[in-house]
Design a protein around this ligand. Sequence first.
Ligand code: ZN
Length: 860
Amino acid sequence: MKYAKLLLLLLMLSVAVSAQKRAKPILAEPGVSFKLAQHRHATISNVVYDINLSIPESRTEAVTGNICISFSLKSVDEPLQIDFKQDASHIKNIESSDHSVIPTVLKNEHIIIDKKFLKKGNNKLVISFTAGDAALNRNNEYVYSLSVPDRARTIFPCFDQPNLKAKFLLTLTVPKNWQVLSNGSKTQLIAPVQSNNQAQYVFTSTDKLPTYLFSFTAGKYTQVEKNIDKYNAEFLYRETDSAKIKLSVDSVFSLHKDAINFLESWTGIPYPFKKVGFVAIPDFQFGGMEHPGAVQYKASSLFLDGGATKDQHIARLSLISHETAHMWFGDLVTMDWFNDVWMKEVFANFMADKVTEDIMGTETFNLKFLQDHYPSAYAIDRTQGTNPIRQQLDNLQDAGSIYGNIIYHKAPIMMRQLEGLMGKDNFKKGIREYLKKYAYGNATWPDLIAILSKYSKTDLYSWNRVWVNQSGRPVFDYKITYSGNKISKLVIDQQAEVGPKRIWPQVFNLSLVYDDRIESVPIDMKEQQILLTSVIGKAKPLFILFNTDGMGYGLFPADKAMGEKTFNLESPLARASAYINLYENMLAGRTYKPADLLKLFQHGISIEKNELNLRLLTGYISSIYWIFMTSQERSAASLALELDLWSGMNNQAESNNKKILFNAYQSIYLSAEAKDRIYTIWQSQQPPTGVKLTEDDYTALALSIALKSDTVTSVLKQQQDRITNTDRKDRLNFLMPALSLDERERDTFFNSLSVQKNRAKEAWVTTALAYLHHPLRQSTSFKYLPKSLELVEEIQRTGDIFFPQSWLSAIFGSYQTKQAYQTVTDFLNRHPNYNPKLKEKILQSTDNLYRAQKMLATTN
Ligand SMILES: [Zn+2]
């Protein structure tokens, strides 16, 4: 009773406070607060941005411009806040249609326009400014803007929130020989405008877009145009390798075509934007970004050559389908606020998987789905820092920390379970209704659940609570009783791995494996515990395999009796599911110890023929080897593993499989013989029979030689001379000091990362960090750990959305000692009020370390 009374009192208090707050003007605080966004959404409409930007060739000269913001105001009861994350020196002039001079007032990243300069109805403000470089990604020969989630406000003044969609007009003045691409179509070219060798491009008005989807690219690119069905598509790239160009450009167009066709027919809505366009950016910090008409991709994901594996081809198809799916999911219907950013990501992944299924067949799809999503989702959901799919977000400046494996990988698993629960047809009907209802607008997850509920017999609200609003996974167990040689009872049970008691309703299969057959049993896990009556009386199996269809989510039992028989299972999906279960159980301290599991997986090298599975298996081998074995265990296992990988490579028939095993060999080798062998391959550029190695592969070889040798010093320099493409030359140049034999040079490199501009190429930085902190170098890089943790907050402030996570993973990914883990706990103890979202990221990225130091302490 006391508790309830207190609650009531608190409730009354908060009502009073919020009533009081409503009367007060909204304070200008850093970032974009939810409160400000809500208020602007209620009072501002009909926004049009007319942006004029002048981009000099030299990176040191500022990008200048002006913007005309037109909008309607419902009422003028307080000053207007326009987001602009720069200091006042970046604003030259502000005027409106009625006032030729409006004083510049800049407060906590907002331009404040006094009420007297505003009117009810239509307003027009013109602001001349100098753009900040943070989101412009300026390189020597090209620049590209990337505004997600709230970085448009670092480039130009705007209302930087997803639910104030606007039309964008853009004029770009750029060096004369540069190509340009933006959301709208390029309409004219006046060259040169002045004597300074510049050209001006005007783009047509866009459809209604949120600020995070506005983008442009300009630079020295090759431009190709093609018709894909009824749409004209533009493609910009900087690739110079003629083999890659020949093998990739047409495929990239046709993969877009396939994805658009599939999505048009699945959604029943034609491609929603006026233009199709995309650009391949060297070392782009994400896989891709879905700006309509100006999609950005990581160049190396699009340009494949003859040496590319099946996996790389599927990954490219998946990436293009993902970004194309965003045109409907995210771009046409946008989240209301970034707390629902996972919705656009889950649908993009979910639809990309459907395109893959359509093109590659159901079997490959199911296998790919399992391998793409489960290990990555578990990698976070099993940690102390895991988060629910749907999270709260009070200020857009923290939006970056919401991204991660849970929204990219657990959410698609949840969505597939939801589709299974509702039935494919009902699910599709619901999604179509949702897209139609909110087209060119915004919607929340509850808006979607409300629509889906109409098509579902199950209570989606309680289902939603466990799967979407809470974190974690269930642990499954079973008890089987035999009477004679027959099953008399089988009970399956689920418990939360951590946290409060709850049930994850879900469906999956289990298999009773016999010498001559496998019997599949469907499980509908609605309760904490189920008694499986359908198996009573069946013969005693060799072993029971859980989650054979890869649908279920959680930690499933791995029967030790499986052993080497695992590799004889006929279904590639069942084998992959078994590998994942075995690995997850090892991490949980059940079934196998690391060294024993390594031995088991090593046995599979010569038996497993499925390319995707072989990749999964060798990935696990490499993780166990470097992270979960002591250096003594590693030395003891190394030679036999080298031999098995090498002979496995020779025995595999498919060239992709050979390459996977060659890559694994390259990852684990330590012996003098292997060192000579790898060096000879690199130097002579003669790959092992049947293996195709590309320039990128030789660069990777050179890097591993530099890492593992204490005598060879010139390999990286020689490799650099071999490379002709300037972007790839620059990358290797950046990585070289991180691999130096000289510890002082590595120290200098690490220290240089404290300066923001040295972290600008995030993909380079994370690669360099992974080499810097390779297990073979940890005795000297251990000292960088405290400083690396201290930098995380700044990295979140200054870097792109995935950077804090990738920074931490690259650094902590392969540590295993108590001392390393102590550094992490010391840091967290020293900062009791640390940003909770970043603390989660730290706990997520150090989970392997947490487990390894515990496990290895008990082994020794
Ligand atoms: Zn996406």
